[in-house]
Design a protein around this ligand. Structure first.
Ligand code: SAM
Length: 244
């Protein structure tokens, strides 16, 4: 998979992309991450990518010109309203107005060969970018950040670890929080006794059937206590399935 990130701050991404799992994934050739400096697609001496909003108001807005040029150079074709898009590529814009990022949503993007991420700043982008260039809008939560760089990094991290072969033990990805609608079970490691608090006996029993049962039960109890909304969604899905 190729992931392009269109940004005015490519340097912000480098420390995150150059470490740990994402670094290894790139080394193994499982993903190629291409940082695109939006200013290279701006005209004029100052390489301006923004302008003040029509109608007045505070802040600056990312203009259409540089963003369309940058994304079109990655797509390999010009984008016009109502135009048919390349089904192997997806253009994603980060915005607080977007669909909330979740494990379910991120998995949807694994099917594409190339993802083009737009990470703006200021007051956001000209609405024509939203409407005609971006195919998806993604939010990482109901709060406002100063720019799309952190959402971009969160998205890349979340996605790359799901690419087959990236995480050395595929089971660890399958058993995580939100898989199967539950939060993850509690885990312990050495020492067995820390300041008088002991590791639950079942985990050192060697009985894997009982360990699995304990983990499932703990995952359910934790979800009930901390995120009952996840169980409601699970329940609703089950009922809808039964109706079909
Ligand atoms: N005026 C915009 C609004 O109220 O919806 C917020 C603009 S914000 C200061 C600048 C940029 O940061 C946004 O265009 C978006 O790319 C990014 N951003 C901020 N919060 C975000 C969030 N929760 N999820 C995704 N992107 C976000």
């Amino acid at each position: 998979m190729i992931i392009d990130v269109v940004t005015i701050f490519p340097q912000m991404f480098k420390p995150i992309l150059g470490e740990s799992i994402i670094k290894r994934a790139q080394k193994k050739g499982l993903v190629k991450i291409n940082l695109v400096n939006l200013r290279e697609y701006a005209d004029g001496l100052h390489k301006k990518v923004d302008a003040s909003p029509y109608g007045g108001g505070s802040g600056m807005v990312f203009s259409c010109g540089p963003l369309f040029s940058a994304v079109e150079s990655l797509l390999g074709y010009k984008v016009y309203p109502e135009q048919k898009k390349d089904s192997k590529k997806r253009v994603i814009l980060f915005s607080p107005k977007g669909k909330l990022l979740s494990s379910k949503l991120v998995k949807k993007f694994l099917r594409y060969e190339r993802l083009i991420l737009i990470a703006p700043r200021y007051e956001g982008v000209d609405e024509r970018v939203n409407k005609y260039l971006a195919e998806e809008m993604v939010s990482i939560g109901d709060y406002v950040l100063s720019g799309g760089e952190l959402p971009g990094m969160v998205f890349i991290d979340c996605l790359v670890r799901l690419i087959p072969g990236v995480v050395s033990s595929p089971d660890s990805v399958k058993q995580e929080s939100f898989e199967n609608g539950f939060l993850d079970y509690p885990v312990y490691t050495r020492p067995r006794d820390f300041r008088g608090v002991k590791v639950p006996k079942v985990l050192i029993s060697g009985n894997h059937k009982e360990i699995d049962f304990w983990r499932r039960k703990k995952a359910e109890d934790l979800t009930k206590k901390l995120r009952p909304d996840l169980l409601e969604v699970k329940d609703r899905r089950r009922k809808n399935k039964a109706k079909l």
